[in-house]
Design a protein around this ligand. Structure first.
Ligand code: GRF
Length: 192
């Protein structure tokens, strides 16, 4: 477990594959006084990730590892993170599965946000699953990442009420809003 030392913030990287709204939100959080982390690097598996624009906007280093050969990409990520003294990883909409070997190296210092109330609805299409299942509530979870998909120890969760007229689209929007509160709160909890 990484603990805060002195006044320096914990050097963090965010892994993304898509829009990066959680990334943007975490960057803003990282700039607050109370944040224990600084965002020093953005990693994506694709140059098409819209969220990469925040690297330019906030002048943060970005790096793409294409995962065509995931073993090689993971090895290169490892070397890269070590070189830059990164010691905390936040996954935020990262769509590649990381290997057991990689995750064991970062055990306790790699976390993810998932758009459901885990252990319910692991994997993809969580909002569709919640609607089809006629769930009364959905929500989001921040958890440690372990080799078993979406099954690592839960850090925090936030609930969202599903109304009769919700579609997977409207539910996704509601949940995302909660995610933006949950991720910073979870990081504060981890390092408190
Ligand atoms: C979020 O719903 C997150 O929970 C999931 O992927 C989505 C990423 O959204 N893992 P964004 O790219 O942060 O906007």
């Amino acid at each position: 477990m990484v603990k805060l030392t002195g006044f320096s913030k914990i050097k963090t990287t965010i892994f993304i594959s898509g829009n990066g709204s959680n990334l943007k939100n975490l960057i803003k959080f990282s700039k607050t006084k109370k944040s224990p982390i600084s965002i020093d690097l953005i990693i994506s598996n694709t140059a098409k990730a819209k969220g990469l624009k925040y690297a330019n906007q906030f002048r943060i280093k970005k790096k793409i590892f294409n995962f065509r050969n995931s073993k090689i990409s993971e090895k290169n990520i490892l070397i890269y993170l070590e070189k830059r003294n990164i010691n905390f990883i936040c996954l935020a909409g990262f769509m590649k599965i990381l290997s057991k070997k990689f995750l064991e190296k970062f055990s306790g210092i790699i976390v993810n946000i998932h758009p459901s109330l885990l252990p319910k609805h692991k994997g993809l299409n969580t909002h569709e699953k919640a609607i089809i299942n006629k769930d009364k509530f959905s929500g989001c979870t921040v958890h440690y990442v372990s080799a078993k998909l979406d099954s690592g120890r839960i850090i925090m969760q936030k609930k969202v009420k599903i109304s009769a007229k919700d579609t997977s689209y409207s539910l996704a929007k509601k949940v995302l809003k909660k995610e933006h509160k949950l991720y910073p709160a979870s990081i504060l909890k981890i390092f408190s």
